[in-house]
Design a protein around this ligand. Structure first.
Ligand code: GAL
Length: 380
């Protein structure tokens, strides 16, 4: 009995020490991040919405093994007051068993982002959606909405956006739809490939059916206008597309950004009237060097500023072994932003780690440095 009592006291005190450690340790990029139930957070390719003094983290719910790269469950949501302790709020958007639904279990749901529409008092989720059994061919963006932030979200539709609209920065001479264009197998870095891209061949091919939309993010500007930003044109060019007032449709006003530069994983923030973007190259689940760009207007033109990473050569080559997904403005602090990246583990998708690093500024330019452990006191 006495022995039992002593071991229980020991157990209790170690768990207290552990709990305290969790609380005070701030962010530990790459380590397991436990939620309020002691389970590693399952919200990959995620984004944050700040609402009613609370941060909500939406992301891809992954399962074990390679199967986990497909949507077997849906979009998971967590809430937090301080960005370090997260409460499991359950599945915000669920895949379905119904094989006639595009949202059937086994499709692909990636990089879900949620924004709040004040006019309709509705939470609007867009996500990269690929159809079951079709790999990454469909290149759709999916829409789901809810009156309650944590869901359940109701699936509305998946589309190739901006059908029947030319990009705003497309010269008139390019405006010739050509649905039969076949450029499979093209080497996009070759002079021939670059020429085809420059002349907007994909835009012309997809003019009637709508443009490709893969890696994506959402950005709401200070004037309340929202933008859907996605890798289009076979991942070779980003499209910055304006959403309608209710955020549930595309207005058809979009621009091509960094044409032919093959950017993925766009993450945007605004500081002192300038828009900054961190994006990645296109190497699938493997990391590559991040890219920083800046613009005076959200829809561009965007100017490349180079690699924001300031680490060892190996760290810079891999963006600290991560790929961008979102940039979090820290509430109540001026010019405080957090880079939110994923360290993908495609062989066992559920084990993916979160690389959150403070965005620091060097000569006024945003940069990233590695920290084993850090907390919000880094921001003044
Ligand atoms: C990455 C992309 C991820 C996922 C992956 C699949 O480039 O950023 O979201 O689509 O490719 O290979």
């Amino acid at each position: 009995m006495k022995k039992y009592l002593i071991s229980s006291i020991l157990l209790l005190s170690t768990s207290l020490v552990f709990a305290q450690k969790q609380e005070s340790s701030g962010f530990t990029p790459g380590k397991l991040w436990l939620d309020n139930k002691g389970v590693h957070i399952n919200a990959h390719g995620g984004g944050i919405l700040f609402h009613n003094k609370t941060y909500y983290w939406f992301g891809e719910h992954k399962v074990e093994g390679e199967e986990g790269n497909k949507a077997m469950v849906g979009v998971h949501v967590y809430s937090s007051k301080n960005l370090t302790q997260w409460k499991d709020e359950g599945i915000a958007l669920s895949v379905v068993e119904d094989t006639t639904s595009l949202l059937v279990k086994g499709c692909i749901i990636e990089r879900p982002k949620v924004i709040y529409n004040k006019k309709t008092k509705t939470f609007v989720m867009w996500f990269h959606h690929e159809l079951k059994g079709q790999g990454y061919k469909a290149a759709l963006t999916g829409l789901a909405i809810s009156k309650k932030i944590t869901g359940p979200y109701q699936y509305i539709k998946s589309i190739n956006p901006n059908a029947g609209n030319w990009p705003m920065n497309f010269p008139d001479s390019f405006k010739k739809a050509d649905p039969k264009l076949n450029v499979e197998g093209m080497k996009w870095k070759s002079p021939e490939g670059q020429k085809l891209l420059a002349e907007g061949y994909f835009v012309r091919r997809d003019y009637s059916k709508g443009q490709m939309a893969r890696d994506m993010t959402l950005f709401v500007d200070d004037d309340g206008k929202a933008y859907h930003i996605h890798s289009s044109e076979n991942n070779q060019t980003l499209h910055f597309a304006e959403l309608t007032d209710d955020y549930q449709n595309f207005t058809g006003k979009y621009t091509r950004v960094l044409e032919g530069k093959a950017n993925e994983a766009p993450a945007i923030f605004k500081k002192d009237g300038k828009y900054y973007m961190i994006s990645s190259g296109t190497t699938g689940w493997d990391p590559n060097p991040a890219r920083l760009s800046v613009a005076d207007h959200i829809q561009g033109p965007w100017k490349e500023l180079g690699d924001p990473s300031r680490g060892t050569e190996a760290q810079n080559k891999t963006t600290f072994w991560s790929q961008s997904t979102y940039i979090i403005p820290v509430m109540g602090k001026k010019n405080a932003f957090i880079y939110m990246g994923d360290r993908w583990t495609p062989k066992n998708a559920i084990d993916g780690r979160y690389i959150w690093l403070p965005i620091l500024f060097e000569d006024g330019k945003p940069i990233l440095r590695w920290f084993d452990q850090w907390d919000l006191s880094i921001f003044l």
